[in-house]
Write a protein that binds this ligand. Structure first.
Ligand SMILES: [Zn+2]
Length: 309
């Protein structure tokens, strides 16, 4: 009985002291409501790295990872991505006051993936946007040779697959499962073959550590910028898009900043190739990316303020 009363008393004391602590915290907060003012605008999006995918490997280029890129019927990914990147740099510096845009390559010469990440980090980028064109690899079909013979003979031939169309956003990640891999293969969804040289080994312990670190720091913001770009392409430009996908891409993970790889369209699809090479198409892509960056910038600069409340 005595114990019961003691316990009740204890509860009352602890309960009321807890309440007092809560109240004092509350009153402390309301007495000093504008603490956030001291840190307002501590983060500004100042430097954006624009990475034009691929290029022509120059004679005597230092060893490293290079990739040729995809080709269409009359154009190459390396030229299209450079044209879009140059326009994007101009548009960013014109439309987004106080934001600098740094290119990882400005000529046809290719730059290794290692060097691209190095340029991004040396310039202290706050955001990394890699510009690419997608393409589907050839379909392999079996074809009957001659029709006169009684016993049919078949041969295997490769047929171009031009059915891929629209944009795709890639953000860094490794979690694609075996089932997803198989689904992708059997459905003949886009093949990121032009990125093969840039692929990371998901079983390498260093890659796993890097991935976890990257995800912890930059994944959320990478998803945000990717969604902003995707929304502009789909809602403003009325284009088809396959949305966001995670993939282990060296250049994204080694750039210590939020990043997205924009597959701007399928260069081996006749309609997309036309669009990607046209002035109107390139300007539309550039304007959409600039609007997306502007939305992202507003969001991230406000987010810092709210987080410090
Ligand atoms: Zn590419």
């Amino acid at each position: 009985m005595k114990n019961k009363i003691l316990n009740r008393l204890k509860k009352m004391i602890f309960g009321s002291s807890a309440l007092l602590i809560c109240l004092s915290l509350f009153s402390f907060k309301s007495e000093h409501p504008i603490k956030k003012d001291t840190v307002v605008n501590s983060f500004k999006l100042r430097t954006i790295i624009i990475d034009a995918g691929h290029g022509v490997k120059a004679d005597g280029a230092p060893p490293g990872h290079y990739s040729r890129g995809a080709t269409g019927s009359f154009s190459s990914e390396r030229n299209v991505t450079l044209a879009i990147a140059l326009k994007l740099q101009k548009a960013i510096e014109k439309d987004l006051t106080g934001v600098k845009a740094v290119l990882t390559r400005t000529t046809e010469d290719d730059v290794s993936f290692e060097r691209r990440a190095e340029i991004a980090n040396q310039n202290k980028g706050n955001l990394f946007i890699s510009i690419h064109c997608n393409s589907l690899s050839d379909r392999v079909v079996r074809e009957r040779v001659g029709t006169k013979r009684r016993k049919p003979v078949y041969r295997t031939v490769r047929v171009p697959d031009r059915s891929g169309k629209g944009a795709l956003m890639l953000i860094y990640g490794l979690h694609r499962s075996k089932e997803e891999e198989n689904a992708i293969k059997s459905n003949q969804v886009e093949d990121d073959s032009d990125l093969n040289g840039d692929a990371l080994d998901p079983n390498d312990p260093t890659v796993i550590i890097l991935t976890n670190e990257y995800k912890r720091k930059f994944r959320k913001q990478s998803v945000n910028i990717a969604n902003f770009i995707n929304d502009e392409f789909v809602q403003t430009d009325g284009r088809r898009s396959e949305g966001l996908r995670e993939q282990g891409i060296y250049v994204l993970c080694h750039s210590a900043m939020p990043s997205v790889l924009v597959e701007t369209g399928y260069i081996n699809n006749p309609d997309d190739e036309e669009y990607l090479n046209s002035e109107d198409g390139q300007n539309e892509i550039v304007n959409s990316i600039v609007r997306a960056i502007s939305n992202y910038k507003r969001q991230i600069e406000q987010q810092v303020i709210t987080n410090t409340n």
